[in-house]
Every structure is written in C-alpha cells, then in structure tokens.
Design a protein around this ligand. Sequence first.
Ligand code: NAD
Length: 502
Amino acid sequence: MRTIGHFVGGQPLSKTVRTSDVYDPNTGTVQAIVELGDAALVDEAVCNAAAAQIGWAATNPQRRARVLFEFKRLLERDMDSLAYLLSSEHGKVIADAKGDIQRGLEVVEFACGIPHLLKGEYTQGAGPGIDVYSMRQPLGVVAGITPFNFPAMIPMWMFAPALACGNAFILKPSERDPSVPVRLAELLIEAGLPAGVLNVVQGDKTVVDAILDHPAIRAVSFVGSSDIAQYVYAKGAQNGKRMQCMGGAKNHGIVLPDADLDQAVNDIMGAAYGSAGERCMALPVVVPVGDKTADALRDRLLASIDGLRVGISTDAEAQYGPVVSAAHKARIESYIQMGVDEGAELVRDGRGFALQGHESGYFLGPTLFDRVTPDMKSYQDEIFGPVLQMVRADSFEAALDLPSRHAYGNGVAIFTRNGDYARQFADRVDVGMVGINVPIPVPVAYHSFGGWKRSGFGDLNQYGTDGVRFYTKVKTVTQRWPASVAGGAVAPDQSFVIPTMN
Ligand code: NAD
C-alpha cells in the first residue's frame, strides 16, 4: 500500500504516528494511507521554515519571482500527471482537475509580478527636510489549511503570494486528497526554492490545533466549511495571529423573465452539477422570477439533466464523477430525504444511481427539487453535492432578498438582458462575489476572492493585492538628515509637544 507522507526541510519525511485511509472515489477502495502529523512535527516544520525564511526574505524579489516563473513552467510540463493524480483522489473529471491546477497556476502568474507589487510608498518633504517612506516586509513563517475540493488551486492561492512576499510556509492539506500538495512542494524545490521555505504537514484537527497554537506562526489562511472556519478564526486570532478564513456557501442563480434561457440553462447546469456540486462557487439554488419563467426553465433543465453523463473521473465524456467519500455521499442523500420530508417537490432523484462496473464508487445522479422555500433546512444548509433546488420568486425584489437574507454570502449570479436590473442587483445584494450572466464568478488572479457573512471570516481576501497585504506588514520610516549643504534640514528646538505639521 502506498504511503503519503510529509514534506519538511526540502525532502519527503515519513513519521507514522497515526494514519488515515485515502480512497479512490471511483471504486470505493482504499488506494493509499496518509500519515497524520502531530504537534512535534509541526514544530519541526516551523523550525525548518524559520531558518530558511531569513535567507529567502533577503533574496531580492526579482529572484524570488524567477523561482515562481520556473514553477509555472513545471506545472505546465506536469499538467497531465498532476491532473490524473488529483482526480484519482478527489473524483473530479480530468478536464476539471486541469482547471483546478490552471486556476492555481494563474495565481502563481500573478505572484510573478511581486517586484512591482512590493514597491512601497514615498513622500518627499513631508515636513522640513523630512521624508517618509513605507515598505512591505514579510511576516515570517505563515501557514495554510486547505479543503478537499481544490487540492491544487487553493494551496496555490495561499503559498504563491506568501512565498513571493518572502515568507516561509507550512501547508496542511486535506487528508482526503493529500498527494498533489506534496507533488507541488517537490516541483517548487525543482524550480529552485530553497529547502525549508515550503513544508507540507499532513494531518487532521491535531495538526490544525498545533498550527494555531504555535507561537512562531504569524498568520494562518484557512479554507473549508463554515463552522470550522469560525473555530479556526477565533482560536488563531485569540493567539494573536493574522487570520483569513473562508467558509461554506449556498450560491443563488437569479433568472429574470428577459434572460436568454438557453444560455442560462447551459450555465446553471455546469455550475450546479460540475464537479458533482463540490465547489464553494457552485450554483445549488436557482431562483426564476415568475411562474412562466420557472416552468420554462424547469422544462429546459429537465431536458439537460436527462442527457447528463455521470462517469468515472477518467471518462472523457463524463460531465462529472463521484463525490469524495462514502460519508459525504450518505450526507448528500440524507439532505435529499430532508427536502422530501420538508415538502419540496423532488423532480429528479439522484439517489440509487449506480454506474455499471463501478457499483461501489461514490456516484450520485443529478437531483432537482422544485418549490423549495426559504424556511426549509435543506435550503438553509450547504449540501455540497449534485443537487439543484429551485425557489420560485414572484418579483425582482423577492429574488434579490433571497441571497441577501441567506446566512452564506459567497457568490451569486443574475441572468438578464436588462442592464438596470443587473446593476441594481450587483449594487444591493449582500454577497461578496457577483456574476452577471456569469454563473461561477470566481475573480481572476489579479482581483481577489472572498465571500461575506458565514462564507468568510477576516478582513482580507485570498490572492490579488489582498493576498500581498495579508502576507506582509507595513513598516513606515520618517527620516531627517543633518544639514551638510545650505538649505538642508534644520533641527528644531527642543520640544516636549507631540510633533505636528503646524
Ligand atoms: P472541512 O472544513 O471539513 O476541512 C477543511 C480543513 O479543515 C481540512 O484541512 C481539514 O483537515 C480541517 N479540519 C477538519 N475538521 C477540523 C476540525 N474539527 N478542527 C480543525 N480543523 C479541521 O472542509 P472540506 O469538507 O474539506 O471542504 C469543503 C468545504 O470547504 C465546503 O464547506 C466548501 O464550501 C468550503 N470551501 C470554501 C471555499 C471558499 O473559498 N469559501 C473554497 C473551497 C471550499
């Protein structure tokens, strides 16, 4: 049996304390075991990181960027093998696995611009003979804790800007698909990153708590479900760390009567069922405005659903593959039953779907509910599976209210041809990322990613210039030099009053 270990001090490290099984979701069999670290291992990784960070921070930003340029080339070289490895543990289809890697790679591309991004601010003559300048310095050792659903993209969201800024990084990936993060660490070494600057410690809550308690870790970025995000945020902040914690989601797609319905259906299908719905920017709720729109949308959705192909992750024709685990499959099925019990109309039931030859895989067919209402728990909770819920609204205002009042506020989309409605919607909706005729509005790498309400705890978003802010601290220098030439600075008389510009 293959064992997946840690990566510390520039090399693989095996320290078996406890282990966890890693499944192939296509077959439901254990394909590897992953070692789970502990506080001692976190400390060992932090010691390596702290020692390596000094030299890395002293390396000029252009040279740090060159390592990232080379890392990007290696990611492109190994795209196929990385995608296969990723989908074998996660279950997403190969094309989608490549998208996972590509979206991370785009953040690496952004981070290659770090010499420009780190330029500070300067004010000449802020006072008599006084100049002021600000510079951004790395925090030191920082950490990232990532979820199972994007095992390549989300680690890169975090470590690309962190490393570019001159930090050393401790990555704690999901224990459910832990192989790709180790491969990324190996590629960084091949790209020229000094040993110890990026370390991977596999594990579960024990390692997360050790990271949050370690005094030398200055900042922690977390992405995962909301209850855990809130716990991690509170514990890390209590320990004086800078925190950014992204949580779960329940994103709505609003369909106005004037929308291009064929386009909207195409978009909603991909966003609801792609990756088996295991995306924090999936669209699991569709809100048609008016019964006429709802009926037309439902007919078109059904036609698409009935033609949808579910297959193993290496099936090039499949639109989506299995969900990640047996436990997650059972959880999704229990939410489908909950929807039925709560009185929603089950139009298509994905339970009981079996793929010939892969009967033990974690497959679910596409599920569609109609006449879902906001009081239902199955609407309020994140299901994170191939389940689309239709909530009918009778007006634009009612449709706008639904995502605004929902506890989650990650993403939202509106489908319309009317610019005025679209503009008002984007302005007023209480959600962090908005798509206008764009179903999955994940911002490009040079903007930044972050949800509101229970979808995000902390002030700064992932990547973009927010990423640079998160992984740096500002130092401001106010300087005056003794006069050596005529017209130079004249030292003021002794004063016991706070200096002002008067
Ligand atoms: P999860 O919360 O179960 O796990 C996330 C991380 O936390 C993992 O590394 C895990 O090992 C660790 N963890 C698990 N239990 C813990 C505990 N009790 N204490 C401390 N740490 C713990 O999430 P997941 O199932 O891996 O990922 C899916 C979730 O992530 C969904 O809710 C999804 O919406 C969310 N997500 C959010 C975003 C975003 O940017 N907002 C992006 C991707 C995924």
